[in-house]
Design a protein around this ligand. Structure first.
Ligand SMILES: [Zn+2]
Ligand SMILES: [Zn+2]
Length: 316
């Protein structure tokens, strides 16, 4: 698999200005793209979805299906959808996964809660194009935000077919390189959040932002993300910030991410969701503190830690 970062900023975009440089780590909010054999997977569409769309167009990825894993509905994770050109191409298909927001469990089953949440951010007068009118084909699935669920996609004749666990157990006719497994991971965040684990062939990646360390979800992450090759975790604040005013905001700090990555036996750790108030100088300091902490831990399993820089790619 290959992971591309198109946005790693948290909460709000943070463009570079005189005296406040963010060009090293980037200013766009959360958007990642994962290539796994025949599968194209997008994780969140913050403001990084605009450059992601440009990248996909330039690569000629038109008329293709995309699996879109949405962690949650905070604006820094969905604000780029209306600016992502592939949504305006009717030959494209997006298989969009999200969760049922708290209080909407009893919404009319015909009214998909994922679609409803995305329609709301693009409703008049907040955006000129209603989400439902974006020309691409769109299919929505809502998961439970409190429990883990597993699902699969199978590549067939250039499309992706959704499969449940029982579909997969009943059939041995799927070729290994044509099937991908996704596991949802409940996270601790205001209004709820889902992490995702993706397994393809012998490679695995876990993506768990936005999350404030909390016993219940720490254990979930340890169990569901066990032995992953790469884990992406939320290290927005410094330890001092997290002990003070920003407690309960739903984010972590880099040292706690190192502890979590070691606890779940991950091989590599990426820190994401950088604070919009932290310029490159501050994030560089945080990265150094984090690497010092990691080095002192002398972990046998965790082989590396780094902060995400927009535009970078990683082989998984
Ligand atoms: Zn966020
Ligand atoms: Zn959030």
């Amino acid at each position: 698999m290959k992971l591309h970062a198109f946005g790693a900023r948290g909460s709000l975009p943070a463009p570079s200005t005189a005296g406040f440089n963010t060009s090293k780590y980037g200013g766009n909010t959360t958007c990642y793209y994962l290539e796994a054999g025949p599968f194209q997977i997008i994780i969140d569409m913050g403001s990084g979805a605009r450059p992601l769309g440009d990248y996909l167009l330039k690569k000629g990825e038109n008329g293709k299906p995309f699996i879109f894993l949405l962690t949650h509905y905070h604006s820094d994770h969905i604000q780029g959808i209306g600016f992502c050109v592939p949504f305006y191409i009717k030959q494209n298909t997006f298989y969009i996964h999200g969760f049922t927001p708290e209080g909407r469990e009893n919404v009319d089953p015909l009214k998909n809660v994922v679609l409803q949440a995305l329609e709301e951010q693009q409703a008049s007068p907040y955006f000129p194009v209603p989400h439902g009118l974006l020309p691409a084909n769109k299919r929505y699935r809502a998961h439970n935000r409190m429990f883990s669920e597993e699902f699969y996609y199978v590549e067939k004749a250039g499309d992706f077919l959704y499969k449940t666990e029982s579909d997969i157990q009943d059939s041995h006719s799927f070729k290994r390189d044509k099937i991908i497994k996704v596991t949802t991971v409940p996270l601790h965040h205001p209004n709820g959040c889902l992490g995702y684990r993706v397994d393809y062939m012998d490679s695995s990646l876990a993506f768990c932002t936005d999350n404030e360390p909390f016993a219940f979800t720490n254990n979930k992450i340890n169990n569901l993300c066990k032995d992953v090759d790469l884990i992406v975790l939320d290290g927005q604040y410094t330890a001092e910030q997290l002990a003070g005013l920003t407690q309960t905001f739903g984010h972590g700090n880099p040292e706690l991410c190192v502890d979590q990555a070691i606890d779940c036996n991950a091989k590599r750790l990426l820190i994401t969701h950088m604070d919009p108030g932290h310029d490159d100088k501050k994030v560089t300091e945080m990265e150094k503190t984090c690497i010092d902490y990691y080095t002192k831990k002398k972990s046998d399993t965790l082989k590396g830690v780094e902060f995400v820089k927009e535009g970078e790619t990683w082989e998984v």
